[in-house]
Ligand binder design. Structure first.
Ligand SMILES: Nc1nc2c(ncn2[C@@H]2O[C@H](COP(=O)(O)OP(=O)(O)OP(=O)(O)O)[C@@H](O)[C@H]2O)c(=O)[nH]1
Ligand SMILES: [Mg+2]
Length: 331
C-alpha cells in the first residue's frame, strides 16, 4: 500500500531537516508523527519516527544534564492549574506585575534587563493556584535559546505592555520576535490543518496594558485599543496601584480553559478544598483517570452535583463536566 503522504506531512519533514536545535527537531518529528496517515502502508515509517523521537529525547536529556551546548538552560516545571509565561519588552513592568499578583518578590528596577532568569510564582485564584513565570525581556539582545523554548512550553503567554511608551511598537516587536521563532498565537485545535505551519507552536495569548495609573493613562489605553488591530484581548492594569488585577486574574483563568472538579467518596461529604483541575470539555471518565487509574478501570457509575443542573443524579462516563461540579465515583 502506498504511504500517501500529505503536503502537510512533507512540509513538516522539510522543517525537520531545517531545524537547528534538538527541541525544534523533536517538535517537528512530533508534527510528522501526528500528520502521518496511520495505516498498514505507513507501519514501517511510524516505527522509524518513534525510534528517531526516542533517540532525540535521550539526547535532549543528556544535553540538559550537561548544562546544554549553548550555555545555561532553564526549565520551569509546571505547577498548579496552568503555567503562564510573561512576555514584554524591557521595563514594561512584568516583575512588578508578578509581585502584585502573587506573594513573590522578584527584583523590580527602574532600568531595563533586570530579570535574567525565569522566576516562577503561584497566583492564588479561588481555591486553586495558577503558576506565573516572570521572564527576561523579549529582546534580540542577550537572547538565549531557552527563553523562547520556555514560552513554547507554557500553557499561555501573557503579554505585558507599558502603556506610556509606544505600546503599539512593543506589541509589533513582540509579535515579530515570536513569529520568527515559530511561536504563534492561537490554539492548534482551532486552526485549520492546512493553515498550520510546520514546526510551529500555537499558544493562547492575553494582553495586560500596564502602568495605567491615571485618567490620562486611561485615554492612552483607549487609543491603543482603537489603533491596535489585533484580536488579542487587552486589559488595562496598574501593577503599582493594584488596578485591574481582579479582572486580569479572571481573564487569565478563562484563557487557560480549565475547570475545577471535586471528587466525593460515597457516604462522605465532598472535599471542597482541593479541586482537580481538568481541561474544559473533560468528562466523568477523564476525572476518574485523573483520580486513579484503577478507579477508572473498576468504574461503574457516578453521581453528580452541579450548580443548577444536577443534585446527585446518576450520569454515564461520557457526561461533560463543568467548573465547580462535585462527582461521586462508584466502583
Ligand atoms: N507608574 C508605574 N510604574 C510601574 C508600574 N509597574 C512597574 N512600574 C515600574 O517600571 C519599572 C520596571 O519594572 P519591572 O517590573 O522591573 O519591569 P520588567 O518588565 O520586569 O523589566 P525587565 O526585567 O528589565 O524586563 C520599575 O521602575 C517599576 O517600578 C505601574 O503600574 N505604574
Ligand atoms: Mg523583570
Amino acid at each position: 500500500m502506498p504511504a500517501n503522504l500529505t503536503p502537510q506531512y512533507l512540509a513538516a519533514e522539510q522543517a525537520f531537516k531545517e531545524a537547528e536545535t534538538t527541541e525544534d527537531r523533536i517538535r517537528c518529528l512530533e508534527d510528522m508523527f501526528r500528520l502521518l496517515p496511520k495505516h498498514k502502508g505507513t507501519d514501517h515509517l511510524q516505527g522509524d519516527l518513534r525510534r528517531r523521537l526516542s533517540k532525540l529525547r535521550d539526547q535532549q536529556q543528556k544535553e540538559s544534564s550537561a548544562g546544554g551546548k549553548r550555555g545555561h538552560s532553564h526549565k520551569v516545571s509546571k505547577d498548579g492549574a496552568g503555567q503562564v509565561a510573561l512576555a514584554g519588552t524591557p521595563n514594561a513592568g512584568k516583575s512588578r506585575l508578578v509581585q502584585a499578583l502573587t506573594n513573590a518578590r522578584p527584583e523590580v528596577a527602574p532600568y531595563p534587563f533586570t530579570t535574567r532568569v525565569p522566576h516562577a510564582a503561584m497566583m492564588p485564584f479561588r481555591d486553586t493556584k495558577v503558576q506565573l513565570v516572570d521572564m527576561p525581556p523579549v529582546s534580540a539582545e542577550h537572547e538565549e535559546h531557552w527563553v523562547v523554548d520556555l514560552f513554547k512550553a507554557a500553557d499561555m503567554v501573557l503579554i505585558v505592555l507599558d502603556i506610556t511608551t509606544d505600546p503599539l511598537d512593543q506589541l509589533e516587536y513582540i509579535d515579530a520576535h515570536f513569529r520568527q521563532r515559530k511561536l504563534f498565537r492561537g490554539r492548534r485545535e482551532e486552526i485549520d490543518e492546512h493553515d498550520q505551519l510546520p514546526g510551529a507552536v500555537y499558544r493562547p495569548v492575553l494582553m495586560a496594558c500596564n502602568k495605567v495609573d491615571t485618567p490620562a493613562d486611561d485615554e492612552l489605553f483607549e487609543l491603543f485599543r482603537e489603533l491596535a488591530e489585533t484580536d488579542i484581548p487587552a486589559l488595562p492594569v496598574s501593577a503599582e496601584q493594584g488596578r485591574g488585577l481582579e479582572d486580569l486574574r479572571q481573564a487569565i483563568w478563562d484563557t487557560l480553559r480549565v475547570i475545577r472538579v471535586y471528587s466525593k467518596t460515597p457516604g462522605h461529604k465532598a472535599d471542597i478544598t482541593e479541586p482537580y483541575v481538568l481541561p474544559a470539555g473533560s468528562t466523568v471518565l477523564d476525572l476518574a483517570v485523573t483520580v486513579h487509574r484503577e478507579l477508572a478501570e473498576q468504574y461503574k457509575y457516578a453521581r453528580i452535583w452541579s450548580e443548577n443542573k444536577y443534585d446527585g443524579q446518576m450520569v454515564n462516563r461520557e457526561e461533560p463536566l463543568s467548573d465547580g461540579d462535585i462527582i461521586e465515583l462508584h466502583t
